[in-house]
Design a protein around this ligand. Sequence first.
Ligand SMILES: [Zn+2]
Length: 337
Amino acid sequence: MVTATYEAAVRVGTMEAARFHQRNELRAQIAKRGGNIDIFGVIQSLDLPLLVRPLQGLLGAYLSDPVPGILITTQRPLAIQRFTACHELGHYLLKHQPSLDDENILRRMPLTRAQPQDFQEVEADSFAVGFMMPVWLIQWHAARQGWKVDDFNQPANVYQLSLRLGASYEATCWSLVRHRLISMVLARRLLETQPRELKVALLGDYRPQDYRGDVWLLTERDADTRIEGSRNDLFVLKLKEHSGGGYLWDIDQLKASGFAIVRDGREAVDDDGIGGPVSRWVTAAPSEPGTGSLSLDERRPWEDGPPLSRLQLDFDMTGPEEEGLSRAERRRLLQAA
Ligand SMILES: [Zn+2]
């Protein structure tokens, strides 16, 4: 049964998402290692059939006949595939009628109530926002990165948050509004900045073939977390280096983890004078197969023994989802084989 008012529909969707998180301990998993809500893993764990296909004019669909199932398009980036999958999971869990979903699921993000609403869609939208971008997940990443609410004035911070949530920049802006962390006015101002400008600024004089991939700014604050992105994403590592004391980040370790180094430079950390720490900026491109872990030590090249500092993180850069089964389903079949 679908609710009768807009407010009730928002509440139903939001509460269903929160209930699901609680029942399945998703929050406890993320508290350990960070990362985002593994929507495709969740769908697989429910034995809910999901297929990825090139869909014409649709982002996804929820079907219920003869059995429930989800379709997701190949034609969009991972962040949009993820949001669509959350929306379709909402239809399933809320026992909705079948639904063919187009770009409107993205257009409805700003919570405008101008046009007459289909409350079933409002429920699924609210489920998707609450499921993929819950306030506790935003708070976890903000705490980890040292961001206060005021730091969400900066497009660069909101963009980095969006990557860690596995959401688009735009969806992240609107979910910050929904959680009342920023105002509608500020969201509109943030959206005047295109992610492309933020990528160009991070990459400096390195020019990739195109700017479709995302650019992750990784620092010591990302240590021991999980990074999940897509094949043509780039990493910009910004690490404090105590080169005055002879300590250097061992960039060869990055190459050994399968990264191509496309840029490497140093910048003085202001006002520390000569011999003080510098910022080491390294731009790296993951190579195939795109999953693994990265471990980087800061040490004196001539000394054995424990490093002065270490950055370790796990990454999966195999997005977006490709035609056929989801990556989560493929992994399960491989393990079963
Ligand atoms: Zn829908």
